[in-house]
Design a protein around this ligand. Structure first.
Ligand SMILES: C[S@@+](CC[C@H](N)C(=O)[O-])C[C@H]1O[C@@H](n2cnc3c(N)ncnc32)[C@H](O)[C@@H]1O
Length: 194
């Protein structure tokens, strides 16, 4: 990885990382995860993107860095305090829409929207109400989740949840999935027509 190259990182990343640390937000996405998201975003010109769980905007910054000028990203979080950090650094970008609220409720209201890539980085759309997010992925779309490798702060029973989600992804006939021993443990799934 070229983590120390300032030209390699999204322009606002270091400032967002500093603000994230000051806020004490401890659920931030890792740089490696972001770097992969940026590549995937670059592979979807004029793409429509969804991030569930904005946090302070770290993955948002990486996604925006990969997106072309005609792409659009919706990013949703229930916590307005953390989104305020993301807005502060990324809010000038016309390709991003920040939404404060429950992602599942928002998806149910905005049924006309579908996505080329979903980064599901909250419990909803991942361990709960997975199908609500998956259904809104276009055919050929990519679903990305992180934090799938065992971590010391996992609560009791979380390992079973992770295994259950993986198993259900693998059993779907409309899903091609790979587990990556990369960053915090990434799973990437592509949606097919059947
Ligand atoms: C792992 S953090 C997101 C980290 C962020 N993507 C990043 O790149 O650093 C999970 C976020 O999901 C948010 N969240 C929890 N429940 C939610 C819900 N129902 N809808 C949307 N976001 C939710 C939390 O407030 C938290 O900020």
């Amino acid at each position: 990885m070229q983590e120390d190259s300032s030209t390699w990182l999204p322009a606002q990343l270091a400032a967002i990382e500093d603000a994230t640390a000051r806020l004490g937000f401890d659920m931030a996405s890792a740089r490696d995860t972001g770097a992969l998201l940026r590549v995937l975003a670059a592979g979807k010109p004029a793409g429509r993107f969804l991030e569930i769980g904005t946090g302070t905007g770290l993955a948002t910054a990486w996604l925006l860095d990969g997106m072309d000028s005609t792409s659009l990203l919706h990013t949703i979080d229930t916590n307005g305090d953390v989104v305020a950090v993301a807005r502060c650094f990324l809010g000038q970008d016309p390709r991003v829409r920040f939404v404060i609220g429950d992602a599942i409720g928002w998806l149910e209201v905005n049924r006309h929207l579908s996505f080329d890539l979903i980064f599901a980085d909250a419990i909803p759309g991942k361990y709960e109400r997975f199908a609500t997010a998956w259904d809104r992925l276009k055919s050929g779309g990519i679903y990305v989740i992180d934090d799938m490798q065992p971590q010391g702060n996992w609560p009791d029973g979380h390992g079973e949840r992770v295994a259950g989600l993986l198993s259900s992804l693998k059993q779907r006939s409309d899903c091609t999935v790979v587990e990556l021993d990369w960053s915090t443990g990434l799973v990437i799934a592509a949606k097919s027509a059947h």
